[in-house]
Design a protein around this ligand. Structure first.
Ligand SMILES: NC(=O)c1ccc[n+]([C@@H]2O[C@H](COP(=O)([O-])OP(=O)(O)OC[C@H]3O[C@@H](n4cnc5c(N)ncnc54)[C@H](O)[C@@H]3O)[C@@H](O)[C@H]2O)c1
Length: 374
């Protein structure tokens, strides 16, 4: 099979793990990297051995780049992705796909018109623990899913991220930042969302950065930072989802799924692994379930590799732009519902992604072996 040549745009905090992991998969080759700050692009090129560090325009105009990975900040995502599609490239974007649903829909349409693919993070739902949860639900181990709860409560990212302002700009906030992990995990487990109801607030009008190098700088908060929402799924299941950057301490779990015959404890969807526990009506205690799949460590980039494999095999990819658009519609819908006082009906629909086959695995030398054959 031919190798897909990749250009990365956005050489910040998260770019390293993509480079590290994609080097494990023979179906792609990292060809060039780019950033508004060319020092960062050059540093990434040197660290991971890219042949080229280029300006964004230079990278997009190269005919030998097949797929662009967009690792810029959220407010730049849709413009960079749209430019890449206009330049004839497939795109895999970090989340969120765009900061508003219309921009996301426009990029998806452009890609359809040009017969190009859009993929989007998160890909954690492809991780071994989340695929195990998926198997348990599909096998009926908790009966018919009734509902779920999902909580991401913390006090924001200004204590550790070197450049945290974007978390408080439009397109940031806990729902846009962390909601993609939680809602995508829920769609993987329960299927597509039908409508959303939400109430949101921003508790602190500004934040003080305590991480270096910007410690002491203040950030104006432009987005809700505490969002309570209820999701109705097409299947009839109902989930309560709370996302907050306003909470100092909590004991709440990450995700629980309740079924007619038992409960499933789902690990943190911001990771690929973590303990899966189940307790059915027949169990007197919780049972730990051994993972049925590989990719339990930090496998960020698995969505890109799976998409590259899908492009070559001419089949749908799993961490798709359509799925990300669906999740974005639901996340934005929580805020729209809070403002209007009405339920928000989801119009950007997506299918539940297919489970990963057991043939996807990590070889003894750490390489990623991705094949759809059973
Ligand atoms: N940091 C994390 O732990 C983490 C985890 C998962 C996902 N993400 C997501 O990854 C994305 C990037 O996050 P990050 O932490 O790496 O941010 P970052 O600020 O460290 O890096 C972003 C980079 O993009 C560059 N950039 C911004 N606009 C650009 C443009 N128009 N053209 C070219 N380059 C541009 C910036 O100069 C910067 O180097 C975000 O969407 C974030 O939500 C981050």
């Amino acid at each position: 099979m031919a190798t897909l040549k990749i250009g990365i745009i956005g050489c910040g905090n998260i770019s390293g793990i993509y480079c590290e992991n994609l080097a494990r998969y023979s179906g792609v080759q990292l060809l060039a990297c780019s950033d508004l700050d060319m020092d960062r692009a050059r540093a990434l090129r040197e660290r991971y051995g890219f042949p080229m560090a280029l300006s964004v325009d230079e990278l997009l105009s190269r005919p030998d780049i097949d797929l662009v990975i967009n690792l810029t900040v959220p407010k730049a995502h849709s413009a960079i992705s749209a430019n890449a599609v206009q330049s004839g490239k497939h795109v895999y974007s970090e989340k969120p796909l765009a900061v508003d649903v219309n921009a996301a829909a426009a990029v998806l349409q452009q890609a359809r018109d040009r017969e190009l693919r859009i993929g989007c993070a998160p890909d954690t739902f492809l991780g071994g623990s989340h695929q195990t949860c998926r198997r348990l639900i599909d096998r009926g181990d908790i009966g018919e899913p009734v509902g779920a709860t999902a909580f991401m409560l913390c006090h924001g990212h200004e204590s550790w991220h070197p450049n945290p302002a974007f978390y408080y700009e439009a397109g940031g906030g806990p729902m846009m930042d962390m909601g993609p992990y939680y809602l995508t995990a829920l769609v993987n487990l329960l299927g597509p969302i039908k409508r959303v109801t939400g109430i949101s607030r921003a508790t602190f009008p500004s934040r003080t950065i305590t991480s270096n190098p910007l410690a002491g700088q203040r950030i104006a908060v432009e987005t809700p930072t505490h969002i309570c929402s209820v999701l109705d799924f097409q299947s009839g299941a109902i989930a309560s989802v709370v996302m907050s950057f306003d909470v100092w301490h909590t004991t709440l779990p990450r995700i629980e799924v309740y079924g007619s015959e038992g409960t499933l404890l789902v690990p943190d969807p911001n990771g690929f692994g973590g303990e899966v526990r189940i307790r059915s009506i027949r169990d007197s205690e919780w049972r730990v379930v051994a993972p049925i799949a590989d990719f339990l460590g930090n496998a960020r980039g698995l969505g890109v590799a799976e998409m590259a494999e899908a492009i070559q095999a001419n089949r749908p990819h799993r961490a798709s732009g359509q799925l990300a658009g669906h999740v974005l519609d639901a996340m934005a819908g929580a805020d729209i519902s809070s403002k209007t006082g009405m339920h928000h009906a989801i119009t950007c629909t997506a299918d539940r992604p297919a489970p990963l086959p057991p043939t996807y695995r990590i070889g003894s030398d750490g390489t990623w072996l991705l094949t759809e054959e059973m």
